[in-house]
Design a protein around this ligand. Structure first.
Ligand code: SF4
Length: 408
């Protein structure tokens, strides 16, 4: 005889109780559902319905949703209800990511350059191998981590929280700024590139699934790369209320790029002494490549101009002539810089703290500072359930009780 089966709906309802009220232990969850009448009512157990044994519950929840999109469907259903109740304005979104510790002992990692032992096998290892080419996991960065967990190799060794390093996943939230409803959630590995990829995935998915397209996106500097800004401005037509990642400022007292003015009509820069910096000073064949291989144009001053210039010691003291670089996405970066000078940007910067508050709530109130499930699928399931629980709690707080129709 095997274990008795559990009604999937009851399983989901019990999980929601656990995530809504921060009951992380499956044993305690089963006890609470057994004793608490409100939980029994929500799980449709009646007064004498049998609550599953915690070991059966644990076994069933670990494998049940791996192959299905049921938890994603549940999240979308709750989001649709939030939209129908007018809790999602759709005008401004914010995006951010937070690290959640993986269910992996930090003392049990193996050296990253040696890789996993050949004899190691587990479901988490299978999942790790399956996402090696995924841009949100294995393909996010070519950098080999110093340590790999044998229990959950897809979890990333990170010291990003400034304390002792640990194995972690990142949960990525895309929220609507009206009431901080989570409009999408995505699991990724704990590196910045993967978090930016996750942000793109969520913006595209929420547009495709729910027809939501924000006018502006608020985010921190991690999302201010030239490629991301280009994607937002020119491909999605979204205003980036995001600080630009800019390494052009010089700290040695010589002129920075901001001291040179760009003339888009003539495609040249003018230096502080009024001379021109051009990409080309002679005509090239028609088939000369237009896009540089490293996505960066180079504008050079004439050596004759610089040799005769009184400002040379403050401009290019160690080179014969000054060179200024410009990303092929500089137009999008300029759009973001212009937005950063507006009052609307100040408002967005204040509003984007709402995502951080959701992460604080997730960790402190829902007690999700550490995952219970292993592997990318486990992280995805847990993040989806937690975000669903947060949206449900928000609905319960914002929708007046008398507005909810009571069945006859
Ligand atoms: S050194 Fe050259 S680029 Fe710099 S200010 Fe003088 S002329 Fe312009």
């Amino acid at each position: 005889m095997g274990r008795p089966s559990i009604d999937p709906e009851m399983l989901i309802r019990m999980l929601l109780v656990g995530y809504c009220f921060g009951i992380r232990s499956e044993r305690r969850l089963c006890e609470e559902v057994h004793l608490n009448l409100a939980y029994r009512w929500f799980c449709r157990l009646g007064l004498d319905g049998d609550v599953p044994d915690h070991s059966t519950f644990s076994k069933k929840r670990h494998g049940r949703f791996r192959e299905s999109d049921l938890l994603r469907e549940l999240f979308d259903t709750v989001l649709r209800r939030c939209v129908a109740e007018g809790l999602v304005g759709g005008e401004g979104f914010a995006v951010d990511a937070s690290l959640i510790k993986a269910e992996a002992n930090r003392e049990r990692g193996v050296r990253g350059d040696r890789g996993l032992p050949a004899e190691a096998t587990s479901r988490a290892i299978d999942e790790y191998l399956a996402v090696l080419d995924d841009a949100a996991f294995g393909a996010a960065t070519p950098v080999i981590p110093p340590f790999i967990s044998t229990a959950d190799p897809a979890a990333r060794w990170t010291g990003a929280n400034k304390g002792p390093a640990f194995f972690a996943y990142a949960t990525n939230y895309l929220i609507d700024l009206d009431h901080a409803v989570i409009v999408d959630v995505e699991a990724s590995t704990a590196v910045r590139q993967a978090e930016v990829t996750a942000a793109r995935t969520m913006i595209a998915r929420v547009n495709y699934k729910h027809d939501l397209q924000p006018k502006r996106l608020a985010a921190d500097t991690a999302y201010g790369s030239a490629e991301m800004l280009e994607w937002l401005v020119n491909q999605r037509r979204i205003e980036p209320h995001i600080p630009v990642i800019d390494k052009s400022e010089r700290k040695d007292g010589t002129f920075s790029r901001a001291d040179f003015s760009y003339d888009p009509a003539a495609d040249l820069y003018r230096c502080p002494s009024g001379k021109e910096l051009r990409q080309y000073r002679r005509a090239f064949r028609a088939d000369h490549p237009d896009t540089p291989p490293d996505d960066t144009y180079r504008y050079r001053a004439s050596k004759m101009d610089c040799d005769a210039c009184a400002l040379k010691s403050r401009c290019c003291p160690n080179t014969p002539a000054r060179k200024v670089t410009r990303s092929i996405h500089e137009g999008a970066r300029d759009v973001a810089r212009d937005i950063a000078r507006t009052d609307a940007y100040v408002v967005s910067r204040r509003e984007r703290k709402k995502v951080e508050m959701l992460f604080a709530h997730l960790k402190r109130i829902l007690r999700m500072d550490r995952l219970r499930l292993r592997g990318p699928c486990g992280a995805r399931d847990e993040f989806l359930l937690a975000a669903t629980a947060q949206n449900l709690r928000k609905m319960a707080r914002l929708i007046p009780v008398h507005a909810v129709p009571v069945p006859a």
